[in-house]
Design a protein around this ligand. Structure first.
Ligand code: CP
Ligand code: NVA
Length: 304
């Protein structure tokens, strides 16, 4: 018997499946749900486990499952037995008896994988220290709403080679776009993710030169300099990243019609200038909204 349909990472999917998921998300957004069924998950329950803070992921999944007819239970380890040492595996076995799918945001990817191994219901990656695939689904949807098909286009990532950078690399391969990452050398994306992209024939360039990444790009993306799991590491992060800020001069190196994306939360004056994130090329609020729509596609793929 086939196991549960987990949504763990972009690299585990065929491009066509990811496209189908986005199409479903788009039809909900357009008010024309697949098969004319606005609440296809009626009676289903979704658990959300947050080992780290969240605004967008939590609210968009909670509202999303309710709009699809289901219900949500949100758990923080400190208020559950996970916080007192119950294993992730046992938690997976128990939760599978109550709910129909589990979203988890973890401090360690190993927790996500352990949950997926022992759960008998679908597990969805709501961000780990390594990746953030749900965000990428919303990001691709947002790019295509503004600029058309993403295949063959050029995206420039500037800043930390973090979890978002890894998911962008995986998306570049699966959705067929060119990705140029400008990162300070010590904060380059993980080598195993880059090696995977190279093996898959992806067009992924890593450079420390902002101009090389930004030249003629269709879309400019950045993220915080200090991710949630990085608080106590590398005190030199700000110094390393200072010259990678997206300001007006950086945007001017991209195409005139280029859009600016950021998964949020943002730190104005650090990774992005206020004039850019609050300016006419920024699509960050659409991007945040599209988490809701793209994730409806993910929920349906996992749970129906
Ligand atoms: N972009 C994102 O995942 O935001 P949250 O941390 O608020 O969920
Ligand atoms: N890289 C950021 C993304 C937040 C949505 C972090 O992990 O904190």
């Amino acid at each position: 018997m086939a196991g549960p349909k987990h949504f763990l990472d972009i690299d585990r999917f065929e491009g066509d499946t990811l496209r189908d998921i986005l199409d479903v998300g788009r039809s909900f957004k357009a008010g024309t749900p697949p098969d004319g069924e606005p609440q296809p998950l009626a009676g289903k329950a979704l658990a959300l486990i947050f080992e780290k803070p969240s605004t967008r992921t939590r609210v968009s999944f909670e509202v999303g499952i309710r709009q699809l007819g289901g219900d949500a239970v949100v758990l923080e380890p400190s208020s559950t037995q996970l916080g007192r040492g119950e294993t992730v595996a046992d938690t997976a076995r128990v939760m599978s008896r109550y709910v129909d799918a589990i979203v988890i945001r973890t401090v360690k990817e190993a927790h996500l994988l352990e949950l997926a191994e022992h759960a008998t219901v679908p597990v969805i990656n709501g961000l780990t220290d390594r990746t953030h695939p749900c965000q990428l689904m919303g990001d691709v949807m947002t790019f295509e709403e503004h600029l058309g098909a993403i295949a063959g286009r050029t995206i420039a990532w500037c800043g930390d080679g973090n979890n978002m950078a890894s998911s962008w690399i995986q998306a570049a391969v699966r959705f067929g776009f060119e990705l140029r990452l400008a990162c300070p050398e010590p904060l380059s994306p993980p080598q195993d993710v880059l090696d995977w992209a190279a093996r898959e024939g992806g067009r992924v360039l890593v450079t420390s030169d902002m101009a090389e990444a930004l030249d003629g790009a269709d879309c400019v993306v950045t993220d915080v300099w200090v991710s949630m799991q990085d608080d106590d590491k590398r005190p030199d992060r700000h110094n390393l990243l200072r010259s990678y800020q997206i300001d007006d001069a950086a945007m001017a190196m991209a195409k005139p019609e280029a859009i600016f994306m950021h998964c949020l939360p943002a730190h104005r004056g650090e990774e992005v200038a206020a004039s850019v994130i609050d300016g006419p090329q920024s699509v960050v609020w659409d991007e945040a909204e599209n988490r809701l729509h793209a994730q409806k596609g993910i929920l349906l793929w996992c749970m129906k």
